[in-house]
Write a protein that binds this ligand. Structure first.
Ligand SMILES: [Zn+2]
Length: 196
């Protein structure tokens, strides 16, 4: 088996649909082609060809035209990539973050609703990848949607700076100053004014 190309039934399906972009494909020819190809590679019939097709639809690769007819549209896939995380990606991200909001640490245990958010937003070209995903509680996701990631951070540090000032906490003040000066250095969110 080691010298095989190691193409899964899914790889073969993707290959087939990519060779027929924007065509409505009924299951007959698809399954015939893919299974014959699989037979030549592995000398056995694949299991779950149908399930693999359905799965490619679930993750947004294929458009279901009607029962038994699927279509691959490269442009739709591109848009889909920008759109949202697949259920599988969401689960991976939630699991990685320990089913807790990365800002406040509240999670399932506290009965808090969790959402999966794009760290770099979609409108800035942020992709729907696991790396670009983070777990937020509904409250922090709302705040972030309103304020955006870096704006939220800057406002929080300005508040912390003010507090440190009023408490004469020099160390905390220095820490906040360093962070806020970094915002200035990179010209981030200049519209949020920090008064020293
Ligand atoms: Zn939170």
């Amino acid at each position: 088996m080691n010298n095989k190309k190691n193409e899964s039934i899914k790889d073969l399906l993707i290959k087939f649909f990519k060779a027929h972009p924007k065509e409505d494909m009924s299951h007959g020819p698809v399954v015939d082609w893919v299974e014959a190809k699989y037979m030549r590679l592995y000398h056995k019939k694949p299991r779950d060809t149908w399930r693999s097709i359905r799965n490619l639809h679930e993750v947004g690769f294929l458009i279901k035209v009607k029962k038994g007819i699927y279509r691959y549209d490269p442009e739709a896939v591109k848009e889909r990539e920008l759109e949202d995380f697949t259920p599988e990606q969401k689960e991976t991200i939630l699991k990685r973050d320990g089913y807790k909001c990365v800002v406040c640490g509240r999670g399932l245990k506290e009965g808090v609703e969790l959402q999966v958010d794009h760290i770099k937003p979609k409108y800035l070209g942020g992709k729907s990848t696991v790396e670009n995903g983070q777990t937020l509680c509904a409250q922090h996701n709302f705040i972030k949607k309103t304020l955006k990631q870096t704006e939220t951070g800057k406002k929080m540090f300005i508040r912390l700076y003010e507090l440190a000032k009023s408490e004469d906490n020099e160390e905390l003040k220095r820490f906040c100053t360093d962070v806020l000066e970094t915002y200035e250095k990179y010209n981030i969110n200049g519209h949020i004014v920090w008064k020293r």
